[in-house]
Design a protein around this ligand. Structure first.
Ligand code: AMP
Length: 461
């Protein structure tokens, strides 16, 4: 199938071609015709499937029919509202909206917390057709009357499951109350927990259900592997793997903000340029870390789960789990950072004894065994007892139980402690029926694990 056959306007086709896309991804093939018909959708698709273009392209097409070339603010009311859980995802989505809409007279902006409101107010005042926003900051603007949502025709909830996990439900309800009843609504979620179903019942009108295969069960583009290693030796092993394999653009996940800072600092000291990205960093710091990483100035980016949401770097080749995540679903989100849109990637977990149970839970969820290896010289149980003290007191502690509080939800947590804390994933369930469609898209032969390990002296666990 081609983009042309979907009936999109020439200005949009031109922008798509400029992005280098030759054919729609499965979610795009399914979602675009339905959105063009004006129907609501509930789509099960995670980041990396091309979902952003899946909703943006048809929205732009529909909006362009009544777009005004006038520069008068009055001719540019907010007609489309796209809500995302994190600032990074909001920024990413807005970048895509701009890229796909660059040949249309539609104006877009992004609004999120953690930065000065004034430039956002000015942008809104100038007249904006499409707003990409995180819920908290959007409501701040509502309160200040710097945004008017009474003319919204299109609503997108992106990563709706994450928004609920981060305690945004009350904010979402307040926002929904401000929108016209007559509108088209699109909901995207990686999982369809009961709360998502309830939300969609209250939000969507006779939605078309769209599901594409989960990347990790069908798309064979990510090579997964676990190294068993003592917690105290993880940093040395990571540095060893990066150096001996000459790995570049390595995204490393830790469970805590402190852990991310510490690891980035230590890698830097080991001669591997690294930076950390997490909720305690200011927005300019986060943006800089990300752009340094994209440009290759920084070789390793250490991130917490929340901060990494929305990071989209074309063909990000290597993802490491320095510590296993709090929930198996976070593992799926983490490895979704690599092997995107058909490119090949590696997801490597460094697993200590205490984390083996989590690894088993992950394997149950993804219905696949993750090959386990040990690297010679890093065998579990060989770390000297005095390791921690020789390395610096407590630096390589066992994973802490307290996960990072999502930055955007911190203020909610202060208001109502239960709101901002990520909930356990136990009550969410995954799309049961992958359509197997994604499996054929961009599928390439899986790189043998041996190639990944080339040059390393290893033996089976
Ligand atoms: P998303 O799931 O929207 O975050 O998109 C993941 C990545 O896929 C982004 O880097 C997009 O630029 C890329 N992408 C989206 N649509 C296509 C397409 N039809 N062909 C190739 N790459 C695409």
């Amino acid at each position: 199938m081609s983009f042309e056959s979907l009936g999109l306007r020439p200005e949009i086709l031109r922008a798509v071609a400029e992005q280098g896309y030759t054919e729609p991804t499965p979610i795009q093939e399914q979602a675009i015709p339905v959105v063009l018909q004006g129907r609501d959708i509930m789509a099960g698709a995670q980041t990396g499937t091309g979902k952003t273009a899946g909703f943006t392209l048809p929205l732009l097409h529909r909006m362009a029919a009544h777009a005004s070339a006038s520069t008068s603010p009055a001719r540019h009311p907010v007609r489309a509202l796209i809500l995302t859980p994190t600032r990074e995802l909001a920024a990413q989505v807005e970048e895509s909206v701009r890229a796909y809409g660059k040949h249309l007279p539609l104006k877009a902006t992004v609004i999120y917390g953690g930065v000065n409101m004034n430039p956002q107010i000015e942008a809104l005042r100038a007249g904006i057709d499409i707003v990409v926003a995180t819920p908290g900051r959007l409501l701040d603007h509502v309160q200040q009357r710097s945004i008017n949502l009474s003319r919204v025709e299109f609503l997108v909830l992106d990563e709706a499951d994450r928004m609920l996990d981060m305690g945004f439900l009350p904010d979402l309800k307040r926002i929904m109350d401000l929108l016209p009843k007559q509108r088209q609504s699109l909901l995207f979620s990686a999982t369809f927990a009961d709360e998502i179903k309830r939300l969609s019942d209250s939000l969507l009108r006779d939605p078309v259900l769209i599901e594409v295969a989960r990347r990790n069960t069908a798309a064979e583009t990510v090579t997964q592997l676990a190294y068993r290693v003592d917690q105290a030796r993880k940093r040395d092993l990571l540095a060893h793997l990066i150096k001996s394999q000459d790995l570049r653009q390595v995204l490393v996940f830790t469970r805590t903000k402190n852990g991310a800072d510490r690891l980035a600092h230590q890698l830097d000291r080991d001669g591997i340029r690294a930076d950390a990205i997490h909720g305690d960093k200011t927005q300019p710091q986060r943006t800089k870390a990300l752009s340094d990483f994209k440009e290759g100035v920084v070789r390793v980016l250490v991130a917490t789960d929340v901060a990494a949401r929305g990071i989209d770097i074309d063909q990000l080749p290597h993802v490491f789990n320095f510590e296993m995540p709090n929930s198996p679903e976070d593992y799926v989100h983490r490895i979704g950072r690599t092997g995107r849109a058909g490119s090949q990637g590696d997801a490597i977990s460094l697993v200590c004894e205490e984390e083996m149970r989590m690894l088993a839970e992950i394997e149950r969820l993804i219905k696949r065994e993750i090959p386990k290896q040990v690297v010679a010289g890093f065998e579990p149980g060989t770390a000297p007892k005095s390791e921690e003290s020789t390395r610096g007191r407590g630096r390589e502690r066992a994973p802490q139980r307290r996960p990072e509080l999502p930055p955007a939800a911190e203020r909610h947590a202060q208001r109502a402690p239960s709101e901002g804390t990520p909930k356990p994933a136990a009550n969410s369930h995954h799309l049961k029926q992958p359509m197997g469609h994604a499996a054929s898209h961009g599928k390439r032969p899986q790189r043998p694990v041996a190639a990944l390990l080339g040059g390393l002296n290893k033996k089976p666990a």
